[in-house]
Design a binder for this molecule. Sequence first.
Ligand code: DON
Length: 306
Amino acid sequence: MEKTALRNAIENNRDVTKLGEVASYIPELAKGNRDALGACIFDTGGNLLLEGDYETKFTIQSVSKVITLICALIDNGKEIVFSKVGNEPSSDPFNSLLKLEIEENHKPLNPFINAGAIVCTSLVAGDNGIEKFTRILNMIRKLANNENIEVNYPVFRSEKLTGNTNRAIAYFLKGAGIIEKDVEDILDTYFKCCSIEVDVEDIARIASVIANNGIAPWSKEMLIPKEVNRIVKATMSTCGLYDSSGKFSVDVGIPAKSGVGGCIMAVVPNRMGIAVVGPSLDKHGNSVAGIKVMESLSRALELSIF
Ligand code: DON
């Protein structure tokens, strides 16, 4: 049943990829394949399903913000993290600076907009950017059960060269006293996290751990403390797709996180992790066909938690 639903969701939505564009504001991302569409389900019983262009490699981009939040929460506790970043959805684009100046204490609205993720990056344990990055990369490798995950350095260099809006956000946060230490070092860590190269199986495995209350389905090892896992699921469900999070909740109804590399990571509590890749994006920066695939799967498998 799941196999058929996954196949139909991919094959019936291939044409939707033509309705969007590959991200080009980071020049290296423009090399992504606009037509690609692939998906993976990894369920909490440890079963794997792959469909469509599942071999497509892509950079994790903003899906990394989930793992950065996990590390920041484990390393600091929720009181410290949420004294520096809020939990409210944003109706602005992911890279917006608009609310930073007017919000109380200049706190970014949530951990999944760029400003909030830069704050969480600064909170991850480590004396410098390299140590913080190593902590996040190791967590991604553990959650994906894949020691071979690495950074795509051409994408990293491209992000670093063109990331002026992120630079403006980070210097503002430093001026407001929300981030400490060296701003360029934190930005390098943030850019490197976005540039980690993965495939849909890696992301579906990460999602399956979150779906399974923080326990890896393949080893039964507790990788995310239960309370951290609960906060992460809640934040994905309210803020995961930026200014289209509300619509996604109505149409699909499960915690999810998108990235401009074209991935959507989705968590069906106690059932499965799902990853879709389709680098063609809508105007919000979400995979245009990926959202349709998620809608089809949600209908066919009754995934909505609401
Ligand atoms: O900060 C940026 O511009 C990117 N490296 C990550 C943004 C992203 O994936 C937003 N997601 N939809």
